[in-house]
Design a protein around this ligand. Structure first.
Ligand SMILES: *[C@@H]1O[C@H](CO)[C@@H](O)[C@H](O)[C@H]1NC(C)=O
Ligand SMILES: *[C@@H]1O[C@H](CO)[C@@H](O)[C@H](O)[C@H]1NC(C)=O
Ligand SMILES: *[C@@H]1O[C@H](CO)[C@@H](O)[C@H](O)[C@H]1NC(C)=O
Ligand SMILES: *[C@@H]1O[C@H](CO)[C@@H](O)[C@H](O)[C@H]1NC(C)=O
Length: 389
């Protein structure tokens, strides 16, 4: 084999060797609707590198009031004329036989109403568990991820009982799926204040195989000021509950409440949250804003930028490293963007290892630089893997 051949082969097989040797989870969410993005933003199963994840979850399917699975968008999921997302994502296992492919139910658009109705009624819980089993058998998924955002919170939730009925629902799913060899995972809230009102942590940690902590969106243009999307540590400028809205405090809260550390995947975003400053001369943390940042060319959403568009289009903006929070932001004129980069990921993965966590969850594949426009492909996911060693 020539020199070039050796380089190429070791480069290609390296990540999966690292993953199996470290025995850590890299749980990747596949956001199916990103197939509708324009131009270089368009993301589909063919853009996934199945050697970079130990688990991939198709997001999302929905549910009905009666307790059955509902398919949210047949064109992107399963219909004859369309795109066959379910079939294609499961077929990634042919390229990485160790890969586990799950399907995720819920998400922010689903909210709480139907989950709450199903969870409170024992016959509906049984119906949902049975229909989930039928569904994952039909499509050959390896397991089921429940993404109820969040028990006891949002329209149609029942703050009085959701926390307990969520445990019952997980127990029903466990009793239905585990004997058949399927995985059961849950996406859980990233803020310490939600944790106690949504979950019986110790109980649900015993039931599920993995907990995907949504440890991001701590700050965004829903606040009246700028802040980092997913700071690892607090800032000396934090006041009130902001002292707890960071990754380390959240993970520690799960551990303190009795979660099994080896079941926790620390969530990392592949995107940033952007702001328009009220006064462009004040760019400090907690500087006031007049609204969300301008939409990006690929994701086209005010207040949100993918890493792929930040590295491609905003690399000339002034960049700052906040060593206290271990977070990066960029500023240009009246725009301020806090986002995850290779350096901030290094600190998060080190933190995850120091707490003996199961691994890292990544939301989501489609806003990493998956085309390699700024360098090699998937820089953020590769940074996760490199640092998990
Ligand atoms: C639970 O749901 C079933 C239908 O699946 C319904 O017949 C029953 O009345 C419900 N129970 C309660 C307490 O609402
Ligand atoms: C959660 O509740 C327990 C008591 O049930 C309390 O000790 C703990 O501080 C609370 N955690 C948070 C993050 O509020
Ligand atoms: C920037 O805004 C923050 C929050 O309002 C304020 O505390 C700080 O003094 C301001 N800094 C400057 C330089 O205006
Ligand atoms: C890693 O391997 C050890 C020993 O085989 C096992 O006990 C542990 O649960 C594994 N951790 C994960 C996250 O799979």
């Amino acid at each position: 084999m020539n020199y070039l051949g050796i380089i190429c082969v070791s480069f290609i097989i390296f990540p999966s060797i690292v993953l199996s040797a470290s025995n850590k989870t890299v749980f990747c969410y596949f956001a199916s609707w990103t197939v509708y993005r324009a131009g270089d933003g368009k993301f589909d199963v063919s853009n996934v590198d199945p050697s970079l994840c130990t688990h991939i979850a198709f997001a999302f399917i929905g549910l009905t009031d009666a307790g059955s699975v509902s398919i949210l968008d047949p064109w992107e999921s399963n219909d004859d004329g369309g795109y066959h997302g379910f079939k294609n994502i499961v077929a990634l296992k042919e390229k990485n036989p160790n890969l586990k492919v799950l399907v995720s139910m819920g998400g922010y658009n689903e909210g709480s109403q139907r989950f709450s109705k199903v969870a409170e009624n024992v016959s509906k819980r049984k119906a949902l568990a049975a229909d989930v089993l039928r569904f994952i058998k039909e499509w050959n998924f390896d397991g089921f991820d429940i993404y109820w955002a969040y028990p006891g919170h949002g329209d149609g939730s029942n703050p009085r009982i959701d926390k307990v009925t969520f445990t019952y629902l997980l127990q029903e799913l466990k009793e239905t799926l585990t004997p058949e060899g399927y995985l059961l995972t849950a996406a859980v809230a990233g803020t310490p204040s939600t944790l106690n009102t949504s979950y019986q942590i110790s109980a649900i940690s015993k039931i599920v195989d993995q907990l995907n902590v949504l440890s991001f969106d701590y700050h965004g243009s829903f606040d009246p000021y700028v802040g980092h999307v997913a700071p690892l540590y607090p800032s000396h400028l934090d006041q009130g509950t902001a002292v707890t809205t960071n990754v380390a405090t959240t993970i520690q809260a799960y551990l303190n409440e009795g979660a099994d550390s080896t079941k926790i995947n620390l969530g990392i975003p592949t995107y940033g949250r952007s702001f328009t400053l009220s006064d462009k001369s004040n760019t400090s943390l907690y500087a006031p804003i007049s609204g969300p940042g301008l939409p990006g060319p690929l994701t086209a959403q005010a207040g949100f930028l993918g890493y792929n568009e930040i590295c491609r289009d905003y690399s000339s903006w002034d960049s700052y490293w906040d060593d206290e929070q271990k977070a990066t932001h960029i500023v240009h004129d009246n725009q301020w963007v806090g986002y995850e980069d290779v350096k901030s990921i290094q600190y998060k993965v080190e933190f995850a290892k120091s707490k003996n966590l199961g691994g890292i969850m990544v939301w989501s594949l489609d806003t990493d630089d998956f085309r390699g426009v700024c360098g090699s492909k998937y820089p953020l996911l590769n940074a996760v893997i490199e640092n998990l060693k």
